[in-house]
Design a protein around this ligand. Structure first.
Ligand code: G
Ligand code: G
Ligand code: MN
Length: 555
């Protein structure tokens, strides 16, 4: 921060306190300083201490006489030193003579500088400015260096300091340990900020003691600490962490540790910390203390994820995403009754990338919506191609991610693509999952209603997987229920189809058609037919097919 002595430059005027019993001296100092400073006055040490107590936070400096009645300069300095709130206020002592012993005693008691009487205007003004400037810069450095709550380093300082440290100690081996309270938001909502602050404070203290051979610790985010320690077999000390949250705030606290062993001295410290945090984020435990390591596998996955995110836009532009079509077999007619569009990515470097891998990533960064619109358009073009070649035209269903519902005019955009391609709306089926509904019920119901009114067919995907709720069945405007592969698999392996039967019955009550997914055998097909299932989709009938194969299939 640039400090300007010119009070008329727009910078705030600093407050300076003069503690002096001699009226003439006090007046003189006052008139010397009044041009640049707001001057406060005290007639002896006691008054001076009272002023200090009231104004210490806004006071930039004290000018202190040594010999005064009631409470002299020495006593003032002693009292001031006993209260650390006053540490931020520097003191210049004014002495009448060149009494060395007095000067030494004042320095010992914490005075910062001297001016000797009789006063010299230039010397006083410059000393006052220098001391204030010094103190203010030191205070800024101090603020940037420390996290005052935990007394760990601030994140920025920790990164810089550890970078310098690691660059200068090429030979040593170190481990990075990051901790995070993963339910911190919930805890602070419940217990309040002050309690959570105290907890962080206590936790930082405990970790500083519990972790072995700590080089330094920093608070790198709200509830995230990082410690660099000397390298050692982590299994030798991680057990000690298990008790570290004991008695802190709540028994349901979720404290996770991520460890990067043998940190790479050349890697930015913030990235090393990111890796430790990535490791701890892998932990599924939702309470208690858990520890995770940043492994080779995790690293390889992160690199792949990075490549995927870096190349996704270009991949879409270059049509590296290929749409496959998996036929659905109609158990009533014995013919192909539809198909599901399933996207695949042929990546120039990574080769074939599974959708299970990239779709969750795209759902995190929002790119899934671009991809879904692309697949929708490809599916429309495929319908047109089949029609133009005189092939049998069957409805194609596309998967619509729950994230797509954040698009304000989703229904209109889907309709626009269909219309532009010249595809009848009834030939496009929209597959949604229940998570879309649980995320944002009102929005999803409204968008689906609009789509359905506009002639599209709505299918509920993955029914029976995860957290199926009957509420979503009730609330969503639906036409088709797709029974998840997992309940078909389970029925087949237990030879018990009761769940499948009741799902099909329930669909019947709700006027929904049923599609069973992941049907792999003749036996399963037979059972599903008996139970009144309308369609089956699965390897027994057909795998997802490339466009050409699909067209041959339906011809
Ligand atoms: O083919 P299979 O491995 O293709 O698909 C894995 C998962 O990816 C399934 O849950 C499927 O619903 C999903 N999926 C496949 N293609 C798409 C797509 O185009 N959009 C969305 N949102 N999900 C898709
Ligand atoms: O969108 P949904 O989650 O329903 O995606 C269907 C998934 O099921 C895709 O990954 C597809 O490749 C896969 N799949 C389709 N038929 C079968 C099957 O018979 N067996 C198995 N194991 N998977 C299948
Ligand atoms: Mn699907």
């Amino acid at each position: 921060m640039g400090y300007s002595a010119k009070s008329d430059s727009g910078k705030p005027r600093r407050n300076v306190l003069i503690v002096e019993d001699n009226d003439v001296n006090r007046e003189m100092l006052h008139s010397i300083l009044a041009d640049e400073f707001n001057v406060l006055e005290a007639k002896d040490g006691l008054e001076g201490l009272e002023q200090l107590r009231q104004n210490y936070s806004s006071l930039s400096l004290v000018l202190l006489d040594v010999y005064m009645p009631r409470c002299d300069g020495f006593e003032f300095l002693r009292q001031k030193r006993s209260d650390e709130r006053f540490d931020s206020v520097p003191v210049i002592v004014t002495t009448a003579s060149d009494l060395r012993e007095d000067e030494i005693e004042c320095l010992r008691l914490g005075a910062n500088d001297f001016v000797v009487k009789p006063y010299n205007v230039e010397i006083i003004v410059n000393r006052v400015n220098n001391i204030i400037h010094l103190r203010e810069s030191a205070s800024i450095v101090n603020q940037l260096t420390w996290d005052h709550l935990t007394e760990l380093y601030s994140g920025e300082f920790f990164y810089r300091y550890m970078h310098d440290f690691l660059s200068s100690s090429q030979a040593g081996a170190y481990d990075m340990v990051c901790s995070d309270i993963t339910n911190f938001k919930a805890l602070s909502d419940r217990y309040g900020k002050a309690n959570c602050d105290r907890m962080l404070q206590e936790l930082a203290k405990r970790l500083s003691f519990t972790l072995p051979d700590v080089v330094a610790g920093g608070r790198i985010a709200n509830s995230t600490f990082a410690f660099l320690i000397e390298h050692q077999d982590s299994r030798s000390w991680t057990d000690a962490l298990m008790g570290v949250s004991h008695g802190l705030i709540a028994t349901n606290m979720s404290l996770k540790f991520g460890i990067v062993e043998n940190v790479n001295h050349g890697l930015a410290v913030s990235l090393t910390c990111d890796r430790a945090v990535t490791a701890l984020e892998q932990v599924r435990e939702t309470f208690g203390v858990s520890v995770a390591w940043y492994t080779e596998d995790l690293h390889a996955r992160q690199v792949r994820e990075h490549v995927i995110v870096e190349t996704m836009e270009q991949a879409l532009a270059e049509k590296q995403f290929i749409v496959y079509y998996q036929p659905k077999y109609d158990l009533h007619t014995g013919e192909t009754g539809g198909a599901e569009a399933l996207v695949r990515w042929i990546h120039p470097e990574l080769g074939f990338v599974r959708p299970d891998f990239f779709i969750p990533l795209f759902e995190r960064n929002g790119f899934i919506t671009n991809l879904d619109f692309y697949v929708l358009e490809e599916a429309c073009k495929e319908i047109v191609r089949c029609r133009e070649q005189g092939l049998r035209v069957v409805p194609i269903s596309v998967n619509v991610s729950r994230l797509d519902f954040d698009t304000a005019d989703l229904a209109q955009q889907i309709a626009q693509i269909a219309n532009r391609c010249g595809v009848d709306h009834s030939l496009l089926h929209i597959e949604i999952t229940e998570t879309a509904y649980t995320d944002n019920p009102d929005l999803v119901v409204a968008a689906l209603q609009e789509l359905r009114d506009d002639g599209f067919v709505i299918e509920l995907d993955d029914f029976g997987s995860g957290y199926s709720s009957l509420a979503s069945l009730n609330m969503l405007p639906l036409d088709v229920m797709k029974l998840d592969m997992s309940i078909i698999r389970q029925a087949a392996s237990l030879d018990d189809y009761r769940i499948v039967r009741s799902a099909i019955q329930m669909a019947g009550f709700l006027d929904l058609k049923t599609v069973a997914e992941g049907v792999e055998t003749e036996e399963e097909t037979q059972r599903l037919r008996e139970l009144g299932c309308d369609m089956i989709q699965g390897y027994y009938f057909a795998k997802p097919l490339e466009q050409k194969q699909f067209e041959e299939y339906v011809s």
